[in-house]
Design a protein around this ligand. Sequence first.
Ligand SMILES: [Zn+2]
Length: 92
Amino acid sequence: MYCAVRLDHRTATLDHVVPLARGGAYDPGNLVAACGPCNRLKGEMLPFEFFARHPWAGSNFVRYARSVHRALKRGARRAVSLAFARADLMAA
Ligand SMILES: [Zn+2]
């Protein structure tokens, strides 16, 4: 979901988009498949923190996350466009 690598039953892990430790629910609308490295990279970050730091992950999330809560997707879209806007400012 984050780096868009192909996953199978051996490499897929379940990621809580909002981590349980940060108040996330064990609920299908809060779960996505992620590879181990991305899951560890995200750790206990909230999705907008993770996507602000790694906008590529947010772009893939916006593109591929279908079953997650709509509010998570809206928040991801906002975090990604803010991150890219910041990158443009720094490049200018
Ligand atoms: Zn990954």
